[in-house]
Design a protein around this ligand. Structure first.
Ligand code: AMP
Ligand code: MG
Length: 436
């Protein structure tokens, strides 16, 4: 009996050193631990399977991927479970925000609570589901600095309550976090990533502005292995499971909540966030820019809408041979589809639109968690994601992406004309800015 309790305690302490509470018993364990107790027993902390999201069997998933075997199958299952649990917490908070009817949405504290809560839950599930021998490294957007400041007590209290409620409601783990446990769990995400070893990369709520407006957001999680993205999952709680093509953000289906996933060499899939058989997805096969539509940020502060408009614009001399005549400007006729978050990558990957353009204003440095999961979902669906010079995105350099000017994504057929249009529009913009 006592041994069982210590076993549970030690496993929990490896999740959140010295401060986690298991079954509401506060632990104060300090290393070095007795060696025989360092072998976590993953079953001791598990109760029932998750009540909503039920991952399909490994055999089904690999068959759907068209692969003979998925070397990251265990990590993929853990990642899906992690973002699905985090999504439940986020959905509960967003529902409160929307129902509270605060017009200005000036109070940012609910999204802050959800952001931290999501990060803690993802980190928890990844640790619980990881192989015993693996080291855990997480590059995540949030750290605990703000929460440790005076005046943050109420937010910390709210996060702690919400996280514990979500874990209890799910029923997968018999774990209870203390406030100090919450703070140290957040700091699990402080890894710098890099080109060696494995690192999880997380944006706990991508598109916080969309979240506050009651619109699109995503929980985006990827795995880097030796500097390459090898796996990505995107939970998009407000994205219809069916296509949003041609509707400028509207829905063509009833079911809402999409979970995109991709593993290197195994293709990309989408399933419902509640768990349905995964369906293989692919980017659209449009090869004429006139028939293409493009996604961009809802927020003009995140991407230069004037530049993307000029890239996409129909050139005046357009008649006859479109691709030849319009190489400078793409000739896209549909208006931009503006949505928040990496949901854009998911929608592109399943062919809802043909192009994604992102051109942050001068001086902004892109972070790896804003693109790691989305980019692999698109590339595994047959698309291409590059910077404005046509270079692949390099996720091996730490927390930032060093890239030239912007990010573009489309299918293989459209990429050559897109790149030309992008480069021409950037040249024009630069010339206009400094005419001499
Ligand atoms: P999106 O919804 O596609 O515009 O992207 C949302 C993400 O943009 C956020 O999660 C931020 O990490 C990132 N972001 C924040 N500020 C900026 C900025 N000034 N320019 C570009 N991206 C930004
Ligand atoms: Mg983000």
């Amino acid at each position: 009996m006592a041994a069982a309790r210590v076993g549970r305690a030690l496993h929990a302490s490896s999740l959140s050193p010295s401060t986690l509470v298991v079954s509401r018993v506060q632990l104060h364990l300090r290393p070095p631990y007795p060696r025989h107790l360092l072998l976590p027993n993953y079953h001791t902390c598990r109760a029932a399977p998750p009540s909503r999201y039920r991952p399909p069997s490994r055999r089904v998933r690999c068959a759907m991927s068209g692969a003979t075997g998925n070397p990251y199958a265990a990590e993929l299952a853990a990642a899906k479970k992690a973002v699905a649990l985090a999504a439940r917490l986020c959905q509960a908070v967003q529902k409160d925000i929307v129902q509270s009817g605060v017009q200005s949405k000036a109070d940012k504290s609910p999204v802050t609570v959800a952001d931290y809560g999501s990060q803690i839950l993802v980190s928890l599930v990844l640790k619980m589901e990881s192989p015993v021998s693996s080291t855990f490294s997480l590059v995540a957007e949030e750290d605990s600095e703000e929460l440790r400041k005076e005046g943050a007590e109420e937010i910390l209290e709210n996060i702690t309550e919400l996280v514990n409620e979500t874990i209890a409601d799910d029923g997968s783990y018999s774990i209870y976090f203390s406030k100090e446990g919450i703070l140290s769990a957040i700091d699990d995400g402080k890894s710098e990533g890099g080109s060696s070893g494995r690192h999880w990369v997380l944006d706990p709520i991508d598109g916080t502005k969309g979240f506050l407006r009651g619109e699109q957001y995503a929980i985006a999680l990827a795995l880097l292995d030796e500097g390459k993205v090898v796996l990505g999952v995107l939970a998009c709680p407000n994205l219809p499971l069916g296509s949003i093509g041609n509707l400028n953000g509207g829905s063509s289906g009833d079911q809402v909540g999409a979970l995109f996933s991709a593993t290197i060499g195994c293709g990309a899939e989408v399933e419902s966030l509640q768990g349905s058989p995964p369906q293989k997805i692919s980017v659209c096969s449009i090869d004429n820019p006139v028939n293409a539509s493009f996604f961009e940020s809802y927020e003009g502060a995140h991407s230069m809408h004037d530049l993307t408009g000029s890239i996409a614009e129909v050139c005046e001399s357009y008649i006859g041979n479109l691709v030849f005549e319009c190489w400078q400007k793409l000739g896209v006729q549909a208006p931009p589809v503006r949505i928040d978050s990496q949901a854009k990558y998911g929608a592109l990957a399943r062919g809802d639109g043909a192009i994604y353009l992102r051109f942050p204003h001068t001086g902004y440095r892109e972070k790896i968690w804003d693109h790691a999961a989305g980019s692999i979902v698109v590339t595994e669906a047959g698309g291409i994601v590059t910077d404005a010079s046509g270079n692949d995105l390099d996720f091996s350099k730490g927390r930032f992406l060093d890239l030239d000017t912007g990010i573009i994504a489309t299918n293989k057929q459209l990429m050559p004309s897109l790149l030309k249009a992008v480069q021409e529009a950037i040249k024009e913009k630069n010339q206009a800015a400094s005419p001499l």
